[in-house]
Design a binder for this molecule. Structure first.
Ligand code: G3H
Ligand code: ZN
Length: 287
C-alpha cells in the first residue's frame, strides 16, 4: 500500500517507535525490503537518492517498479517512496513522477534560501498529499578520506522551518553518513531535546543510521526521532555476502553463474539487516 510518510510517522511518534528509511538501488533490494517488512508487519520508507533513481532508470521507473512489486507480493503494510536528500529541481521531478514523500535537502544553502525553497516544495507536495522532509544543520560524512562531523541544528532555525508546514525534520545532532570514527562523541541529546521542544512535537529524522549504538537510537526515539535512515549497513553486508559467494567459487559450480543465484546471498544478508533494524526501532507489528 503506497502512502505518504506523514501518517505512519505521526503514529510512530505517538507510539514511541521509529520507522526505518531503507535506501534502495535496484530490483533485488526493493523486493527483499518489501517482502521482509510485509512479513514483519512493519511500515517502511523506501529511500531513493537522485543517484539511485538515475541508476534505476529515472523517477518514473522507480515508482513503476515499487508499485508493481507492491502488488505482485501483495504488500499490505504502509510503504512510502521517498526522495532522499533531494535537490530543489529533483524534488519537483520526483513529485511529478509519483513519489509519495520528498526530502528537500536545502542544508547547503544559507538559511533564508533553504527556508524559501522549502516553502515552495511544501506547497507543491501538499497539493498532492505528498509528505515533506527538510534538513537544518548538516549531517556529517566522509569527503576525500576525512570524516566531517556535520553541524548541529540551530533550534531557532528548526522552529522557523518547522512552521513552513513540513511533515518531519532532519536535524544535525552529531550524526554522520557512513562509518563513524572511533572517537565519535555520540549523538547530542541536548540539541535533540531543544529541537523537539521548539518544533511542536513534529516527528524528527535521524540520518546516518549505520553504526549508531542501539541504546542511542532508542534514546533518540524517546526524544522525538520517528524516522531512522539506513543505507551503508546494507551495502556492507550485501558486498561481503556476494564476495564470499564468489570467493568460495560457487559461481563456477553448476548454475552458480546464474545472476539470480549470484545475488541471492546478498539479498539474504540485507533481509537480516532490515529485520534487525525493524526490531531495534520497534516498528514490528505496527503496520
Ligand atoms: O539518507 C540516507 C541515510 O542517512 C544513510 O545513512 O548510510 O550512514 O546508514 P547511512
Ligand atoms: Zn541521509
Amino acid at each position: 500500500m503506497l502512502v505518504s510518510a506523514k501518517e505512519m510517522l505521526i503514529k510512530a511518534h505517538k507510539g514511541g517507535y521509529g520507522v526505518a528509511q531503507i535506501n534502495i538501488n535496484n530490483l533485488e533490494w526493493t523486493k527483499t525490503v518489501l517482502q521482509t517488512v510485509n512479513d514483519l508487519k512493519s511500515p517502511v520508507i523506501l529511500g531513493v537518492s537522485e543517484g539511485a533513481a538515475k541508476y534505476m532508470g529515472g523517477y518514473k521507473t522507480v515508482v513503476a517498479l515499487v508499485k508493481a512489486l507492491d502488488e505482485f507480493y501483495n504488500v499490505t503494510v504502509p510503504v512510502a517512496i521517498h526522495l532522499d536528500h533531494g535537490t530543489y529541481k529533483g524534488s519537483f521531478e520526483a513529485l511529478e513522477a509519483g513519489f509519495t514523500s520528498i526530502m528537500f535537502d536545502g542544508s547547503h544553502y544559507d538559511f533564508e534560501e533553504n527556508l524559501a525553497k522549502t516553502k515552495e516544495v511544501v506547497a507543491a507536495c501538499h497539493l498532492k498529499g505528498v509528505s515533506v522532509e527538510a534538513e537544518v544543520g548538516s549531517i556529517g560524512g566522509e569527503e576525500d578520506g576525512v570524516i566531517g562531523m556535520g553541524e548541529f541544528a540551530d533550534p531557532e532555525e528548526c522552529r522557523i522551518i518547522s512552521e513552513t508546514g513540513i511533515d518531519f525534520l532532519a536535524a544535525g545532532i552529531g550524526n554522520i553518513h557512513g562509518s563513524y570514527p572511533a572517537k565519535w562523541p555520540g549523538l547530542n541529546f541536548e540539541v535533540l531535546k531543544n529541537v523537539q521542544d521548539v518544533t511542536d512535537g513534529k516527528p524528527l529524522v535521524l540520518h546516518g543510521g549505520t553504526g549508531i549504538p542501539a541504546e542511542q537510537v532508542k534514546k533518540a526515539i524517546s526524544l522525538g526521532v520517528s524516522k531512522i535512515n539506513v543505507n551503508t549497513d546494507l551495502q556492507l553486508v550485501f558486498a561481503a555476502a556476494t564476495r564470499k559467494y564468489i570467493e568460495e567459487g560457487k559461481d563456477l559450480v553448476g548454475k552458480g553463474f546464474d545472476p539470480r543465484k549470484l545475488l541471492a546471498p546478498g539479498c539474504d544478508a540485507i533481509k537480516k539487516v532490515v529485520t534487525d533494524k525493524v526490531e531495534m526501532f520497534g516498528s514490528k507489528n505496527k503496520a
